[in-house]
Design a protein around this ligand. Structure first.
Ligand code: ADP
Ligand code: MG
Length: 232
């Protein structure tokens, strides 16, 4: 298994988001315009026209997704922080993602600690970053037999570790070295913004991420966050 620690400079690329965003949004707009022109020409049978409309709607949805991921990235680096119970947050994200896992024929499971685990962070950002990791793990395991994604949470030396493990397609060293770079995606309709946002949010919580992966045997992301100070 390869081991890689994520470098901090990656998220600095976020400053270039605005410039690239225009480019990202222009592509689907051009596609939609093209299809609308075809429909307007009136030379296609109803069946074809319906298909053109479907593609156009899909492209508009994709644009919406790009924009909302862009907005979550450009939020200030120091969001509202509060004391949070981590297990409850993870439970709700696992519940949220369970239908996506079912749809993809993947077993999503989690081992929760018995005692509550307190950390400090923004609940919205924490949820979003957990969704990103779990979504990636599900998407990576789609095409394997008996795909499964497991989440583990354990305390270690004033820190809490969250492990997100999948038995999916995995990554080679070249792919691992590009993780977290803005717009890096190997998916047909990926945005490559999920991990950029997630790494940034973890850093804002004074946490860190590491990843172990190898092609065809799966991936483990390890997120480490400091425990919240216990009140006197
Ligand atoms: P997106 O999901 O839109 O492609 P992300 O920033 O979430 O963008 O992920 C970037 C890339 O990292 C993915 O396209 C994929 O190649 C790789 N990746 C992330 N998580 C995993 C995983 N669990 N297994 C394999 N590859 C992964
Ligand atoms: Mg993703």
């Amino acid at each position: 298994l390869y081991l890689q620690y994520i470098q901090n400079e990656k998220a600095e690329a976020v400053n270039h988001v605005a410039a690239s965003l225009a480019h990202e949004v222009r592509n689907p707009l051009t596609t939609v315009l093209g299809f609308l022109q075809l429909i307007k020409s009136g030379t296609f049978p109803q069946e074809k026209t319906d298909r053109f409309l479907e593609i156009s709607m899909e492209e508009i949805r994709r644009t919406e997704q790009i924009l909302s991921e862009y907005l979550s990235i450009s939020k200030p680096l120091v969001p509202f922080q509060q004391k949070l119970e981590l297990t409850a947050q993870i439970r709700s994200v696992v519940e949220l993602m369970s239908s996506y896992a079912n749809m993809s024929n993947i077993t999503l499971s989690a081992d929760y600690p018995e005692l509550p685990v307190y950390i400090s962070g923004s609940p919205a950002e924490l949820k979003q970053l957990l969704v990103n990791f779990i979504k990636n793990a599900i998407e990576a395991s789609r095409d394997v037999d008996k795909g499964c994604v497991n989440i583990r949470i354990y305390e270690e030396a004033e820190q809490v570790a969250i492990e997100i493990q999948d038995n999916g397609i995995g990554m080679n060293p070249e792919q691992l070295s590009r993780l977290g770079s803005i717009y890096y995606s190997t998916k047909m309709s990926g945005t490559g913004l999920g991990l950029t946002f997630s790494y940034q949010a973890i850093r804002a919580m004074d946490g860190s991420v590491s990843v172990r992966s190898s092609p065809r045997s799966g991936t483990v992301f390890l997120i480490t966050l400091p425990l919240a100070a216990t009140d006197p």
